[in-house]
Design a protein around this ligand. Structure first.
Ligand code: PMV
Length: 343
């Protein structure tokens, strides 16, 4: 009998704290009801089929193992020189580079030496700040551990997912993979160890809408490194202020103080714009939503992608967004993290 394992992990939004989280400030990250799915079964070689981009590849186990070693050496060099461009360019130019890297890293971390085939499909738009790569980074180790009957804690899956994310983004905070792994809403602070606390948002979140502002021209790694190359004094004061707003946001959520919550969203957006990660479309939507007493900010790395907006009057919010030529999207928030779909 052929055993097929299907696992999935959700995407995410950053309610607040993106970019500042890279410098040790906290972030509030919430899972969204769009998921990435991985189906895995044993096979005679390592086969990948990525449905959404309609691409496939077939590799031997030793080829994938060599790729894992090459990537690790390159990551180490890039870390030393503080320049991850060579790693990003290798992954971009290699056929199925990112997916192959996820598989290679998982095989190395979980000591898997037997071939398998993976079918990948995702509801999460690629490169839009909704955590498409983080969801896969979590779902791949989950599916392969289930297929090879390795009992892994969520913590271990998250650890492997972070290693995978590091190949794609250099030195990410780890917030994205954590929310895709644990689901719900998280208070995340990078450190040794990371602080990861579930937030129980026991109010209805239906007044949040997402707005897509276009595919970012720059990757997360590039946007993060642009922020890093700002004048340190200019950057650090804004990062610190973003951290303050995140602490205040946590209080607002606990007290269900939506007026202050919207203000924190808007203030965070203005600081993110000062850090250079906003674009005209985001600024326009932010200004219009703020004018009607709503809250609106980019979510994730920025440079485009999804925005998160809030207003008590949902109709007014949606009309304001539509009047600017954009489409308000509803998505479930605070959904379950990584899970097995079917055995
Ligand atoms: O890649 P995105 O758009 O999900 O954003 C990542 C969030 C950042 O704070 C910008 C980077 C990080 O490592 O946390």
């Amino acid at each position: 009998m052929i055993i097929v394992i299907t696992c999935s992990a959700p995407g995410k939004i950053h309610l607040i704290g993106e970019h500042a989280v890279v410098y040790g400030e906290p972030a509030i990250i919430i899972s969204v009801g769009k998921r990435a799915y991985i189906s895995a079964e044993k096979s005679e070689s390592v086969k990948i089929y990525a449905q959404d981009i309609n691409q496939s590849g077939e590799f031997s186990v030793s080829e994938v193992k060599e790729f894992a070693e090459k990537l690790q050496q390159l990551w180490d060099n890039c870390f030393e020189t503080k320049n991850f461009a060579p790693l990003y360019s290798l992954l971009k130019n290699e056929h199925l580079g990112h997916i192959k890297a996820m598989i290679a890293k998982t095989m190395a971390e979980l000591d898997i030496n037997t071939p398998f085939s993976l079918n990948i499909s995702s509801e999460i738009p690629i490169g839009s700040g909704l955590g498409s790569s983080a969801a896969l980074s979590v779902a791949v180790p989950k599916a392969l551990s289930e297929l090879f009957r390795k009992v892994l804690t969520l913590e271990k899956i998250n650890h492997v997912a972070y290693k995978i994310e590091s190949l794609a983004h250099g030195t990410p905070s780890g917030g994205d993979n954590s929310i895709c792994c644990y689901g719900g809403a998280l208070w995340f602070k990078k450190g040794t160890p990371n602080i990861i606390e579930p937030l129980h948002l026991d109010f209805t979140m239906k007044n949040f809408v997402l707005v897509f502002t276009g595919i970012p021209k720059l990757t997360t790694g590039e946007l993060v490194s642009n922020v890093r190359s700002l004048n340190p004094e200019y950057r650090d004061s804004r990062v610190k202020q973003l951290g303050m707003y995140t602490y205040e946001m946590r209080e607002c959520l606990a007290k269900q103080d939506f007026t202050r919550m919207k203000e924190r969203m808007n203030l965070a957006q203005e600081l993110l714009a000062e850090l250079g990660v906003s674009i005209d479309a985001i600024d326009r939507i932010h200004t219009a939503v703020k004018e009607i007493n709503g809250g609106a900010k980019l979510s994730g790395a920025g440079g485009g992608g999804y925005m998160v907006c809030y207003h008590e009057d949902l109709q007014l919010l949606e009309q304001t967004i539509r009047d600017l030529g954009y489409v308000p999207e509803h998505v479930e928030l605070g959904v379950e993290g990584v899970r097995t779909e079917r055995k």
